[in-house]
Design a protein around this ligand. Structure first.
Ligand code: FES
Length: 199
């Protein structure tokens, strides 16, 4: 007989660790670096209570998702519990507790965009990136997400790349844009996906 264990996702997230918990020098350095980064973000705000979502958004922008360690530092610094931070992170669609690609491609599949050819664009992006909707490329460069109406129906079909709205998107214009981003990434000093900030 198979017994299913009911795991509370909040407790699971809270008690599983990215580090090995042995307190090595690397762990200490990593923690110090993360503390510095979170403190820097917090310094942009005079008040935390009303800006918690913006602060978490900045953390996500820095790491491309919300890793546990920066959230732990945020909880320590502000007095918010991890449960509270976790419930915010899971309530809003734009937050992710899983690593995402450096470039986030959101394709609108709302009614207006659907009528104007969004399904064809999804197919094209999946083919071009070699992933399915909801996935991230192996090199961590691109994530592809389908979203509902983003409020720009007059520009349908709409694709958002790194938060920038592209109206009247076509397979050709998307391929051109992806190639441009790839080229820019190649000429970046780090030469990588710029995602080395993950703790
Ligand atoms: S349906 Fe795509 S922007 Fe409204």
């Amino acid at each position: 007989m198979i017994h299913r264990l009911a795991v509370n996702p909040i407790l699971f997230y809270f008690f599983t660790s990215d580090s090995n918990g042995t307190g090595t020098m690397n762990d200490t350095l990593q923690r110090e670096q993360i503390e510095k980064q979170v403190d820097e973000i917090l310094s942009h705000y005079t008040e935390v209570q009303g800006n918690l979502i913006s602060i978490m958004h900045e953390i996500q922008t820095l790491y491309h998702y919300l890793p546990k360690e920066p959230l732990r530092v945020l909880a320590d610094r502000t007095g918010f519990t991890m449960q509270r931070l976790y419930s915010i992170a899971t309530f809003y669609n734009h937050f992710s507790l899983e690593p995402r690609g450096k470039h986030e491609v959101h394709i609108c599949t709302g009614t207006a965009c659907h009528v104007k050819g969004a399904p064809r664009l999804v197919d094209e992006l999946e083919r071009e990136l070699g992933i399915k909707e909801g996935q991230t490329t192996e090199d961590m460069n691109f994530s592809l997400h389908a979203v509902r109406c983003v409020g720009a129906c007059s520009l349908a079909p709409v694709v958002l790349v790194d938060g920038i709205t592209l109206g009247g998107a076509t397979p050709k214009s998307l391929t051109k844009l992806l190639n441009k981003l790839r080229k820019e990434d190649e000429t970046e000093p780090s030469g990588g996906n710029g995602n080395g900030k993950q703790p």
